[in-house]
Design a protein around this ligand. Structure first.
Ligand code: JCF
Length: 779
């Protein structure tokens, strides 16, 4: 038997190791659920044996009790700010000043992205985290130790060896972009406070007086330098210091690099600029530092900024402009999204004329009015948004905005469902805006993939009455398209291209007819996705296709049966059922099939369905109040079939073992004719499925069963998605990043860091020729 103390030590070591692998090495070794399990075990152990609890235990990251205010911390070595460069010539000047003073040409610089977060300093004594502070004014900041303990990327004690007895580490706490988006989505949904940007998210979270709130915020950290060092030596270059920090347990930017001279710096700026939108966090520039510490000392400082470092800024992502109008945009599912029409303004190199206001709640929260001067933000490739209003510049006559009562496109009522943030146009497919969006989605690359059917064609074809539904796409003839074009030219007063360019002008129409024809051959998952059912994205469509295998089966299933597919819950199942219940939608499916759409990969439903195909599971799926799994099992045992149950008097439910409350609830539920009919339809569907489901899964052994494959770089013969689908069909699991668990990496043209990582880990790598040979062999 291991002692509790030994077990606690072991658990801490496992947890810290897992955390280091996740946050610093980016190579997780255990799943999140396992991490949580170990953490819970340690937590229970510490609760039972309080004497085992240590301040640097991973369980202490949940946040301690709140304080009333932060204490002041004087920085032993000031926290510097950085001078800025906004142009190439300012960067050249920076390099020239250093070269002149040090009298050495082509100097090495350490370069890294400049994170848009909050600068902090972390103090370690004998390897233990003892204090953390904000930058403040550089000379002194606020003691936010308790909050920083909750940031999982910050080590509570140092790893490795040879660290100084006292070490201050400087770096940036930030909120990854995806976490920021998710946080705001939740806040909007529940009417909470929305964060203006990831930077404010990081700053606001760190300045919470209650560390338990900070613990809930998805913060991360990168180390970029050091402050005070006592009782130890550090390497003599900045880049080597970063490597040491990484070994001691700190995340260091994977993008940091050493480059030479002004040319090297500018090249780095271009490279990172090109990646800016793809990075998982916001950056506002790059930082260059003279790599050689002796050189740094020689250069010294001007006021609070070092002469040996500079921030080269990217164009700003926020600008101010005025709101000329607030309009409503109707999406595919009818969601009415308010959009601000703006006086055109350059933001991060792009002219922005529209910005999303998300929903009515968001407008109310910001109190945006027509005529207001607002801050718009365009970060990464997300839609520009209005982040705040400059109230002091509001014109006197500006009036509050409110959601219109009817859809500006079709005049149907705009309604809001209970508990939802979004307002919706109730016109469904009678609303031209929803219809156009539905067609656009249907034709999109990941759905039916109709090449060349752009937004303009969809607009014109719908407006001129050629497309009442997506199925009408498969009725379009060459003549229709040419006629449509003639009418558009007439309407717009443009010169018909046929006159300008002769025969070739009809080539586009031929191409489009061909593309539509090609799209007729499709797969079940694409078809289901293309229908545009609310809540059915690609992965749900794929799961439905894999589990049921057949369109004719799926389109007549009552909704509770969809819950048999993993990850399909009540809401999604009801949404699919609602879609299939509309006669108009069934008609569209009929029309699509009648007009030649063919679903290629029909197969028997999976044998995995079998275990849930019984009356008691159906009763659970129906979500009858007070009929839990236990009660449903009792009913399943007592009744031979659904018909018997529907006709039974209440006392028979009680005889089956149900408490009277459940029995009465069930009887009341069955009073509603739609309920009994759904139950009977469900039972009939179960019979049909039982007949179709094979006894056991015929195990088709794929050559790549159990293998995890990562695709990187460009392939010449097909897209990465296609290659992925082919490999999946042979049993492979496709992953997005390379880790020790990766079995194989397929590297195409210009493969980058993933290939490097595969080589580093000694993972098998194929080029495109090897991939094609393999696919050919297993075709
Ligand atoms: O990423 C940053 N925001 C960042 C800020 C990176 C650095 O290397 C910095 C910094 C502020 C000061 N270095 C200094 C000296």
């Amino acid at each position: 038997m291991t002692s509790p103390a030994a077990r606690a030590t072991k658990l801490r070591q496992q947890l810290e190791d897992a955390s280091y692998r996740y946050h610093v090495l980016d190579e997780p070794n255990i799943p999140d659920a396992e991490y949580d399990r170990l953490l819970r075990e340690l937590d229970e152990l510490e609760a039972a044996h309080p004497e085992l609890l240590t301040p640097d235990s991973p369980t202490q990251r949940v946040g301690s009790a709140p304080s009333s205010k932060f204490a002041e911390v004087r920085h032993a070595i000031p926290m510097l700010s950085l001078g800025n460069a906004f142009s190439e010539s300012e960067v050249r000047d920076f390099v020239r000043r250093i070269e002149e003073k040090l009298e050495r040409p082509v100097l090495k610089f350490s370069a890294e992205p400049k994170l848009d977060g909050l600068a902090i300093s972390l103090r370690y004594e004998d390897g233990k985290f003892v204090q953390g502070a904000t930058r403040g004014d550089g000379a002194s900041g606020e003691d936010v130790t308790a909050n920083l303990r909750t940031v999982k990327a910050i080590p509570l004690h140092l790893r490795g060896k040879d660290w100084p007895q006292v070490l201050e580490v400087r770096g940036e706490v930030y909120m990854p972009r995806a976490a920021f988006e998710k946080y705001n989505e939740q806040a909007r949904l529940h009417g909470g406070k929305v964060l203006a940007n990831p930077r404010n998210g990081a700053a606001g979270s760190l300045r919470q007086l209650d560390p338990r709130i900070t613990a809930q915020r998805p913060l991360a950290f990168f180390a970029y330098g050091i402050g005070l060092v006592e009782g130890g030596e550090l390497p003599d270059t900045h880049s080597a210091t970063l490597r040491a920090l990484r070994e001691w347990g700190f995340p260091v930017s994977a993008e940091s690099d050493v480059v030479e001279g002004a040319q090297g710096l500018l090249g780095y700026y271009e490279r990172i600029g090109g990646k800016r939108d793809a990075l998982p966090f916001d950056i506002d520039g790059v930082v260059y530092k003279l790599d050689d510490n002796a050189g740094q000392r020689e250069m010294g400082f001007v006021s609070r900024a070092p002469r040996w470092a500079i921030a080269h800024k990217f164009p700003a992502q926020e600008q101010s402009t005025t709101v000329e109008a607030i309009e409503i945009q109707i999406g595919r599912t009818g969601a009415a999204t308010p959009v601000a029409r703006l006086k055109p303004v350059q933001v991060a190199g792009v002219v922005v004329t529209n910005a999303t206001l998300h929903n009515a709640d968001q407008i109310a929260r910001l109190d945006v009015r027509v005529g207001d001067t607002v801050i718009v933000r365009r970060a990464g490739d997300v839609i520009p948004e209005v982040v705040s209003v400059m109230l002091e510049q509001r014109p006197a006559h500006a009036v509050p905005w409110s959601m219109p009562a009817v859809c500006p496109i079709c005049g149907s009522e705009i309604v809001r469902e209970e508990g939802e943030a979004a307002w919706r146009c109730s016109g469904e497919l009678s609303c031209p805006a929803q219809r156009k969006e539905a067609i656009r989605h249907f034709a999109s690359r990941r759905a039916m993939d109709i090449e060349g059917l752009g937004d303009r064609f969809i607009e014109d074809l719908s407006d001129m009455g050629y497309l009442a539904s997506v199925a009408d796409l498969y009725k379009l003839t060459l003549e229709d398209l040419l006629e449509m074009k003639r009418r558009v030219d007439e309407r717009d007063g443009t010169t018909p291209e046929t006159v300008k360019a002769g025969k070739v002008a009809s080539k586009w129409a031929e191409n489009l007819v061909e593309a539509i024809d090609r799209s007729r051959a499709t797969t079940l998952e694409r078809f289901l996705f293309a229908l545009g059912i609310q809540h059915v994205g690609e992965s749900t469509a794929k799961a439905l296709a894999a589990w049921f295998g057949d369109l004719e089966l799926i389109r007549h299933l009552p909704w509770p049966l969809f819950k048999h597919v993993p990850d399909v819950g009540g809401e999604v199942a009801r949404s699919i059922g609602h879609f299939l219940d509309q006669p108009g939608n069934q008609q569209v499916i009929d029309d699509l099939l009648a007009r030649g759409v063919r679903v290629a990969d029909t197969h028997a439903p999976t044998a995995k369905l079998r275990e849930g195909l019984n009356l008691s599971t159906l009763l659970v799926d129906l979500e009858i109040p007070k009929v839990t799994r236990i009660r449903a099992d009792q009913l399943g045992n007592a009744f031979v079939n659904a018909e018997m149950l529907v006709d039974a008097p209440v006392h028979q439910f009680v005889s089956a073992g149900l408490p009277s409350e459940s029995a009465n609830s069930l009887a009341a539920w069955l009073e509603v004719p739609e309920h009994t009919s759904l139950l009977l339809k469900g039972a009939a569907a179960i019979h049909r499925l039982l007949a179709a489901v094979p006894e056991t899964e015929e195990a088709v052994a794929g050559p790549l069963d159990g293998k995890t494959v990562v695709l990187t770089g460009g392939l010449a013969s097909m897209s990465r998605d296609e290659a992925g689908a082919k490999l999946e069909a042979l049993g492979a699991k496709i992953a997005g990043s390379v880790s020790k668990k990766t079995s194989l990496v397929v590297a195409g043209e210009a493969a980058g860091s993933k290939l490097a990582k595969a080589e580093e880990l000694g993972i098998e790598v194929w080029d495109e020729a090897q991939l094609l040979a393999f696919l050919d062999k297993h075709a």
